[in-house]
Design a binder for this molecule. Structure first.
Ligand SMILES: Nc1ncnc2c1ncn2[C@@H]1O[C@H](COP(=O)(O)OP(=O)(O)OP(=O)(O)O)[C@@H](O)[C@H]1O
Ligand SMILES: [Mg+2]
Length: 512
């Protein structure tokens, strides 16, 4: 096929938001057959630049050229007409509609106002087969896992015939295998003459998928290299301006009572079928318990059941020896549970609230913030300012709407709130997803620090190196069951990999 976009250029792009210069005279270009990676710390201006390309924002200065001709892109509709597709950092799907309906949304239909979904479904299945990104066209989006929702976004862009596909941290929500499949898909696309711009914080992935890398820092282009001429260490240095900090930590052994435990826990998923099939597990005070597993094997439901967001069908949840199985989320928070949810924007924060309001979301009625019915403004301001500074939340002020923060900065906000509340147990679901390298290091240090102070930490993650680095013990989830709980010393990559695939290493050894 011959792509309509042979070369796309963005020249001298400037974008200013109140208090922030988000893009400061940025130049980038990408040609047919090429994957360009955009790299940079949280808040560096990557998403802003791509939102301008997709017509969601208008640049204050600068121009966009396609095949050397200036184009005016005032809306996503125009971007799509130009052959530009985008998969966003935060999903833009309608949960109450099916996959087909979401894909068809906003497209002209031959039947006029009535959507003819038959051909849409067929095409979704075709695209799925071509690129290995299959998903059931008739499923409702609310029934899908985060990873599956991401796949729908990709299919939606491909369906609209994107010649240039922009992907904002597409793999942040994918399993390692899905991420691998995506890399293959992107390379297939560019081999067909399309082009791709991908934003990612994962350097090994940038190395694997891209042809060229542009690094943004504080809204400016800080560097550009051919991927073949660089390495992950150099990219990290270009991004944060320093080398990675060394990290080491001794795994410890714990006896005695668990601060949080579940007994024979059974929970259903959104489809009403079993997600957890009777699991028993506990975390000790001061311990970091890693939960490894490909996402979709019950981890999400586990975290939600513990925090009162999902009904427990049978079994028990105990916090400090007290049963909390059927308590409300508020009661569970008050009893000492902290939660960093997987879906941060919608579960973890209220996007339309100001930053200080979200920082205080769970404590607003408590001393020292409340005096009678009044909130003590001075105390709140000092507390919020300290959190913003300590956790490096990049924002013009405390009154900014939380939904306007960059992805990584929303994550920092939730961490700041949850960790400083000093819960007895902290459930952290994919806590470094979407964070830049420096921020991820910081979160790791915070979690270890929290555990040293006696907090029991449950760390849910798909990043094996993260789980291995931080955990004292690792439980591997598969199909709603626990395959095995291992001390970290016994949890090498091969063993974990087998367990995550539902195989026990012992059987393997006997079989082989
Ligand atoms: N609609 C908006 N209103 C106000 N400020 C905004 C808006 N969109 C982005 N910003 C600000 O512009 C800066 C750049 O944000 P952007 O989302 O482009 O960062 P990013 O590089 O994508 O970061 P991340 O890696 O965290 O996703 C941030 O300081 C952000 O708060
Ligand atoms: Mg972003």
């Amino acid at each position: 096929m011959s792509a309509r976009i042979q070369k796309l250029e963005m020249r001298g792009i400037v974008k200013r938001f109140p208090g922030v210069l988000s893009n400061d005279h940025v130049n980038i270009e990408v040609s047919a057959g090429e994957v360009l990676a955009l790299l940079g710390e949280n808040g560096a201006g990557k998403t802003t630049l791509m939102n301008i390309l997709y017509g969601l924002y208008q640049a204050d200065a600068g121009e966009i050229l396609i095949n050397g001709e200036p184009v005016q892109i005032d809306s996503p509709r125009m971007a799509i007409d130009c052959g530009i597709g985008m998969v966003h950092q935060h999903f833009m799907l309608v949960p109450t509609l099916t996959v087909s309906e979401n894909v068809a949304l906003g497209l002209p239909s031959e039947k006029g106002a009535l959507l003819d979904l038959e051909p849409v479904s067929r095409r979704i299945v075709e695209i799925g087969a071509t690129y290995g990104v299959s998903v059931n066209p008739d499923a409702y989006v609310w029934q899908l896992s985060v990873g599956e929702q991401q796949r729908v976004e990709i299919i939606k862009a491909l369906y609209r015939g994107a010649d240039l596909l922009v992907m904002d941290e597409p793999t942040a929500v994918l399993t390692p295998q899905e991420a691998q499949d995506l890399i293959v898909l992107l390379r297939t696309m560019v081999a067909q003459g399309r082009s791709v711009i991908i934003i990612s914080h994962k350097l090994h992935e940038v190395m694997a998928v891209s042809d060229r890398v542009v690094v943004l820092r504080d809204g400016k282009k800080a560097g550009e290299v051919a991927t073949g001429d660089t390495n992950p260490e150099e990219l990290a240095r270009m991004m944060v301006g320093r080398d990675a900090r060394p990290f080491s930590r001794e795994a410890r052994q714990f006896d005695g009572d668990c601060v949080l435990c579940v007994e024979e826990l059974c929970v259903n998923n959104n489809m009403g079928t079993p997600a957890l099939r009777g699991i028993s597990l506990g975390v000790h005070p001061g311990e970091i318990l890693g939960i490894a597993g490909v996402s979709g094997n019950g981890q999400k439901e586990f975290a939600e059941a513990i925090s009162g967001l999902r009904t427990v069908e049978s079994g028990k949840v105990l916090l400090s020896g007290q049963e909390i199985t059927h308590c409300t989320p508020k009661q569970i928070i008050d009893k000492g549970l902290g939660f960093i949810p997987e879906d941060r924007l919608h579960v973890g924060t209220i996007p339309s609230f100001q930053i200080w309001e979200n920082l205080l979301l769970k404590d607003h009625a408590e001393k020292p913030f409340a005096r009678g019915v009044l909130l003590s403004e001075k105390t709140i301001r000092a507390h919020s300012e300290k959190l913003v500074a300590d956790y490096g939340i990049k924002t013009p002020d405390l009154e900014t709407q939380t939904g306007k923060l960059s992805g990584g900065n929303i994550q920092r906000l939730i961490l700041a709130r949850e960790i400083t509340r000093q819960p007895k147990v902290l459930v952290a679901a994919y806590p470094t997803r979407g964070l830049d390298i420096g921020a991820a290091e910081y979160v790791h240090e915070m979690l270890v620090q929290a555990s040293r102070e006696g907090m029991g930490v449950i760390l849910i993650s798909e990043e094996l190196d993260e789980v291995q680095k931080l955990s004292d013990r690792i439980a591997v989830f598969f199909d709603g069951r626990i395959m095995q709980v291992l001390p970290v010393a016994q949890a090498d990559e091969k063993t974990l990999g087998l367990l995550m695939a539902g195989l026990t290493p012992d059987n393997q050894a006997t079989a082989g």
